[in-house]
Design a protein around this ligand. Structure first.
Ligand code: GLC
Length: 553
């Protein structure tokens, strides 16, 4: 069932929407197997409507052997039995639409699972076959082809190539996988690959989805000839040298695919959208993904990666509004997702932690839990005041910190195994979320099972512990979302206001936002206007790590 829409305002819904990411494995488990599922989601949608979000985005629930938590898709047009059935999907989407929330699903075009029928056929058919041409198979280097075709590295660690055993039993070609070896990259120079994905998009659009979050939208196209990407080039790229561009990400050729997808999505109405997950820098380049005939939105990872620092925040907010604005797109804002350390821990870390490395109990620079949560609440209140769209990740509305105490043998992110435990990976932000303080698995699962262990001290974070409690993080989010809507902040304009050192102040419509990032206490008497909401209780002053919204006088 499609979302009932039609007028111009509903066509543009995404320009200012707050979109809530559901990570299905960890949201709500209805059948007690310890893994969340679609009926579980359906049963909890009322809570999201109560929170006040405009849409949900679901991470993959497709058929998959789950080597990368479902981002290894074995059938793009079916639901994995772990999560339910296509009928369960329809029931979930119908319920969300009835509650006034749009539904966005993930699509993973850079690679398939090695279990996908396409890849199995490619293995069976052997070198030179049309089946192999769907993927990126190459002969190895060295006398016996024993060396990988080039020096590319997997994002999860280790080489990006794996050698196969040919149908005749001999060691043979290598295939490319920018992620896990169970995620072979598709060859997007092939028209059959493009045509198949057009059909996959249409399949879900016809089922009523309102859009797609496009996984690895900077991938897909590789530089012709698959040239090496040397250590020196990688280092130069990390320093921001545009000439040292990766041969496997952000290739110019990807844009014609997004123009084609734009047209497919538009067949189903002007209110269906594409959202790019593209780790591209700088933002002026990222903006190419959201030109008027390409995607609608892109995740603003530059904002997510920004430290809790006045100068850096101001610069990234300006850059975001001008870069996306230069192509007529709204900016988006995001602080957490299933790939990064939760912002209730990340923003208060005092040691560097590169994206994807994750945290363990003895990692350097870990903050006090309360300090991290306080900072996260202030950061969220700043984010929700900015014009554009915002993305929330399940559990952040509960103030959840990163889960640190996950034993090695319980860790599931392929990063952990592929780096022999050197990087913890992303499990710490993926732990099933708590609903009820006193129920088994905190109400996540009726059996008490949970695919990743939940911390023993999460009862105070449970939704039922927070609901109706004025000072709780849940009620802070709910009130902020209501005020954001009532004051039109998502569609507003931002003007900076002079402020003391360590303080960020801005006006958006009739709301003044003051974030005391690191400055001295500001007496409330110095701030004119009625307090609409504050991230902490104000005792005559706005202390550091606190944000307030005031009604401008
Ligand atoms: C994206 C997803 C991540 C996944 C990867 C490979 O970055 O967000 O979770 O592991 O793509 O599909």
């Amino acid at each position: 069932m499609a979302f009932p829409s039609g007028d111009d305002a509903s066509t543009d819904w995404w320009r200012s929407a707050v979109i809530y990411q559901i990570y299905p494995r960890s949201f709500a488990d209805s059948d007690g197997d310890g893994v969340g599922d679609l009926p579980g989601i359906t049963s909890r949608l009322d809570d999201l409507e109560h929170l006040g979000v405009d849409a949900v985005w679901l991470s993959p629930f497709y058929r998959s052997p789950q080597h990368d938590a479902g981002y290894d898709v074995a059938d793009f047009c079916d639901v994995d039995p772990l999560f339910g059935t296509l009928e369960d999907f329809d029931a979930m989407a119908t319920r969300a639409h009835d509650l006034g929330m749009r539904v966005i699903v993930d699509i993973v075009p850079n690679h398939s699972s090695s279990d996908h029928a396409w890849f199995q056929a490619a293995l069976a058919a052997g070198p030179g076959s049309p089946e192999r041409a769907r993927y990126i198979f190459r002969e190895g280097k060295g006398e016996g082809g024993e060396l990988p075709p080039n020096d590319w590295r997997s994002v999860f660690g280790g080489p990006a190539w794996t050698r196969v055993v040919e149908p005749d039993g001999a060691l043979g070609q290598w295939y490319l996988h920018l992620f896990d070896s169970s995620q072979p990259d598709l060859d997007w120079t092939r028209e059959e690959v493009r045509a198949d994905f057009d059909d996959i998009l249409r399949f879900w659009l016809a089922r009523g989805v309102d859009g797609f979050r496009v996984d690895v939208a900077h991938g897909l196209v590789k530089a012709p000839g698959l040239p090496d990407y040397t250590v020196e080039q990688r280092a130069a790229a990390a320093e921001g040298d545009p000439a040292a561009q990766s041969p496997h990400f952000a290739q110019e050729g990807v844009h014609e695919i997004w123009r084609r997808w734009h047209d497919v999505v538009a067949e189903f109405g002007p209110d269906r959208i594409l959202v790019a997950e593209a780790w591209v820098q700088p933002l002026t380049r990222m903006a190419h993904w959201v030109r008027p005939d390409e995607m609608h939105q892109a995740f603003n990872f530059a904002y997510l990666m920004t430290a809790w620092d006045v100068a850096e925040l101001r610069e990234i907010i300006d850059d975001s509004l001008s870069s996306f604005g230069s192509v007529g797109a709204p900016s988006t804002w995001v602080l957490s997702n299933h790939d990064v350390v939760r912002h209730a821990t990340r923003l208060a870390l005092t040691a560097p932690n590169p994206q994807g490395h994750g945290l363990g109990p003895d990692s350097p620079g870990l903050p006090q839990v309360d300090h991290g949560i306080r900072r996260a609440r202030a950061a969220t209140l700043l984010m929700l005041a900015l014009p554009g769209g915002a993305y929330l990740y399940q559990g952040e509305e509960l103030g959840l910190p990163e889960a640190l105490e996950i034993p090695g043998d319980a860790r599931q992110d392929p990063t952990w195994a592929r780096t022999q435990g050197e990087r913890f990976g992303r499990d710490g932000c993926r732990v099933p979320i708590p609903w009820e303080a006193d129920a088994p698995a905190y109400g996540f699962s009726p059996s008490g099972d949970s695919w990743l262990p939940q911390p023993a001290d999460w009862a105070p974070f449970a939704r039922d512990s927070q609901r109706g409690r004025e000072s709780s993080t849940l009620e802070l989010y709910r009130a902020a979302l209501g005020l954001r809507k009532a004051h039109g902040l998502g569609t507003g304009d931002l003007t900076w206001v002079d402020a003391a050192e360590g303080v960020l102040a801005l006006d958006n419509g009739d709301v003044r936002v003051v974030a005391n990032v690191s400055g001295d206490d500001i007496p409330l008497a110095d701030l004119s206007g009625e307090v609409l909401i504050a991230s902490e209780e104000l005792d005559g002053a706005l202390p550091a790590d606190t944000t307030v919204w005031l009604r401008r006088g």
